[in-house]
Design a protein around this ligand. Structure first.
Ligand SMILES: [Zn+2]
Ligand SMILES: [Zn+2]
Length: 266
C-alpha cells in the first residue's frame, strides 16, 4: 500500500507568526467580549422567574451549537486557505497549522493568546444579540430563546480554545474537577480529541464538547462539504496543511469515500 507523503510547515516559523501587535487587539477583544457577556446575562436574568425553562433550553442549545461552530471553523481553517494569506492567514489559519505540527505549543500559551482570537470573532455576534427585542407581545419566549441560545453559543465558542488547550494537558497537569468534566464528556475529552490528531487530520473537528463528532462523521458532513467546495472552486482540501503531494494523494480518495493509504511520517 502506498504511503501519504505528509509535508507540514516549520513549527518555529509558524510560532514566530504570533505578533506582539496582535496581542493588544486580543486584550481589547477579551475585555469587550466579557463586557458584552455581562450585558447579555443582564438582559436575560429578569426572566428567570417567568421563563426558567426557556433560559435552560437556550443555554443547552447554545452549548450544542457551539460544538458545531467549533468543528465547522476548525474544518474550514484546517482544510482551506493558507497561513500566508493576508489578515485571516496570520490570525486564524496559522494557529491551526502550528497546532498540527506542535500540538503541545498551545499548552504553553497564556490566557490572552489562547482566547483572544476567539473573543475577536465572537464580538459582532455577541453585540448583535443585544438588539433582539424582548418586549413584542406573543413573541417573548421565542425572542428570549433566540437571545439566550445565540448568547450561550458565542460564550461557549469563546471557551472552545481554552477547552481544546485543556485536552492537550498531561493528566498530572489537569486539575481534578476538569478531569472529571472531561471523563463525563461535558468538555472535550483528551482521548476523543486524539482521533483528530492522527494525520491527515480529516475527522473529528468539533472541539468544545466533541458531542457532534460521531454524528457528523456518520453523515459524511465534511466529505460532502469538501466535494462541494472542490467542485465549485477547484480547491484541493488540506493542501496547505499536509502539502500538495499528500493532499493530491488523498483528495480523490476522500471525495470518493475510498480507504485512504497508510500515513508515513518520519
Ligand atoms: Zn485540526
Ligand atoms: Zn488539538
Amino acid at each position: 500500500m502506498s504511503h501519504l507523503e505528509i509535508e507540514q510547515h516549520d513549527a518555529k516559523r509558524l510560532a514566530a507568526g504570533y505578533k506582539k501587535s496582535f496581542r493588544l487587539v486580543e486584550i481589547l477583544a477579551i475585555l469587550s467580549f466579557w463586557s458584552l457577556t455581562v450585558a447579555i446575562i443582564a438582559r436575560a436574568y429578569p426572566f428567570h422567574h417567568t421563563h426558567p425553562w426557556v433560559l435552560a433550553a437556550g443555554v443547552l442549545s447554545g452549548f450544542v451549537f457551539a460544538d458545531f461552530v467549533s468543528g465547522f471553523v476548525h474544518w474550514m481553517a484546517d482544510t482551506w486557505g493558507s497561513a500566508d494569506m493576508p489578515v485571516l492567514g496570520k490570525s486564524l489559519v496559522r494557529p491551526f497549522r502550528e497546532h498540527h505540527v506542535d500540538p503541545k505549543a498551545m499548552t504553553r500559551h497564556d490566557y490572552i493568546e489562547t482566547n483572544g482570537a476567539n473573543c475577536l470573532v465572537s464580538l459582532p455576534v455577541a453585540a448583535g444579540v443585544l438588539f433582539i427585542p424582548l418586549d413584542i407581545e406573543g413573541w417573548v419566549s421565542f425572542s428570549l430563546f433566540s437571545l439566550v441560545t445565540i448568547g450561550s453559543m458565542v460564550f461557549f465558542v469563546m471557551w472552545t480554545n481554552q477547552i481544546h488547550k485543556w485536552s492537550h494537558l498531561e493528566p498530572e497537569e489537569t486539575p481534578l474537577p476538569l478531569r472529571v468534566l472531561q471523563k463525563l464528556h461535558v468538555v472535550l475529552p483528551p482521548v476523543h480529541h486524539r482521533i483528530h490528531h492522527k494525520a491527515p487530520y480529516d475527522r473529528y473537528y468539533c472541539i468544545t464538547t466533541g458531542w457532534l463528532n460521531w454524528p457528523l462523521s456518520k453523515l459524511g458532513f465534511y466529505r460532502h462539504s469538501e466535494r462541494v467546495v472542490t467542485a465549485l472552486f477547484g480547491l484541493i482540501p488540506r493542501r496547505d496543511d499536509i502539502g500538495l503531494k499528500a493532499a493530491l494523494q488523498l483528495a480523490p480518495l476522500v471525495l470518493e469515500e475510498k480507504p485512504r493509504p497508510a500515513t508515513h511520517q518520519p
